[in-house]
Write a protein that binds this ligand. Structure first.
Ligand SMILES: Nc1ncnc2c1ncn2[C@@H]1O[C@H](COP(=O)(O)OP(=O)(O)OP(=O)(O)O)[C@@H](O)[C@H]1O
Length: 273
């Protein structure tokens, strides 16, 4: 079954002085319970695409379907984890209250069930002990764990992650990558994980969607045929990992086949139909 169906998404930012075609034509699907990584160079429109999928930004053309229903605003059964954990947590609320907050918007949850979900998800990310702390008392990696716990507690149908580990150190990043694999094994939430880090995409994903430079199209939809049980040491040093990362690298850096296509359209000409 398909959870997420992205069809012909195009996005043109129409500014006063210039018009930028950020995303040209993106089409892909994510099946129920899949973990798919989306990798592309900086500025290729990953955040733009994610905002469109999350219903926060309207595409110029194309559509996103979530379980067959068109997304035209933030869907209630989707959770997003952003890169800037510092700005996504409320500093005046405790860890427990930060995780519980979105649950208060969810219909039909009793206070007891909310408490249960908060406790379970904090335990799942290894932060059961930190429930009474404030975000500013925690390290960056711990704050990002809180943001992940908040997303999981919500029991979303689809989880979107936008470069969630870009701002943490390398060791914390590796730990958080393993946490994502672990949580995905446990909860099987349909996950779309956006990153510009090729190794991270190959390590995490069942599939990697490789994006071109802006204006963006899908260069390749690559199946990651690494063993399901992955670990930082053995997986990353395996010959197959090296082959897959080389394949992603060469696709990302492949020259555009259509160099005549302008990346910026003069203002006033407007988006193409
Ligand atoms: N609100 C906006 N108005 C005009 N142009 C924009 C706007 N947001 C993004 N862009 C442009 O669209 C293109 C894609 O930006 P976007 O932030 O989606 O890329 P990205 O792949 O997420 O980048 P990064 O990896 O550096 O975070 C860029 O050229 C950017 O300058």
């Amino acid at each position: 079954m398909t959870d997420l169906d992205v069809r012909g998404i195009r996005k043109v930012y129409d500014g006063r002085t210039r018009t930028v075609e950020a995303v040209r034509d993106l089409t892909f699907t994510v099946a129920t319970g899949e973990l798919v990584c989306l990798v592309g160079p900086s500025g290729c429109g990953k955040t733009t695409l994610l905002k469109i999928i999350a219903g926060l930004l309207e595409p110029t053309s194309g559509e996103v379907l979530l379980e067959g229903r068109r997304v035209d605003g933030p869907p209630p059964d989707m959770a997003v984890v952003f890169q800037e954990y510092g700005r996504s947590l409320f500093p005046w609320k405790t860890v427990r209250d930060n995780v519980e907050l979105p649950l208060r918007q969810k219909k039909g949850l009793t206070a007891a069930r909310r408490r249960e979900l908060v406790e379970e998800s904090l335990a799942a990310v290894g932060l059961a002990e930190a429930h009474a702390a404030y975000p500013w008392q925690l390290s960056g990696g711990m704050q990002q764990r809180v943001a992940i716990a908040r997303a999981i507690a919500y029991e979303p149908r689809v989880l979107l992650m936008d470069e969630p580990f870009a701002a943490v150190d390398a060791q914390t990043r590796a730990d958080l990558e393993d946490l994502i694999r672990d949580l995905w094994h446990r909860f099987r939430v349909t996950t779309l994980f956006v990153t510009h880090d090729i190794d991270e995409a190959v390590y995490l994903g069942q599939r990697v969607l490789i994006l071109s430079q802006s204006p963006t199209v899908v260069r390749q939809d690559l199946v990651i045929d690494l063993p399901d049980q992955r670990d930082q040491l053995h997986t990353r040093s395996s010959p197959r990992f090296a082959e897959l990362r080389a394949q992603v690298y060469s696709q990302i850096h492949r020259p555009r086949t259509d160099p005549a296509v302008p990346e910026e359209v003069p203002a006033g000409r407007g988006p193409r139909p």
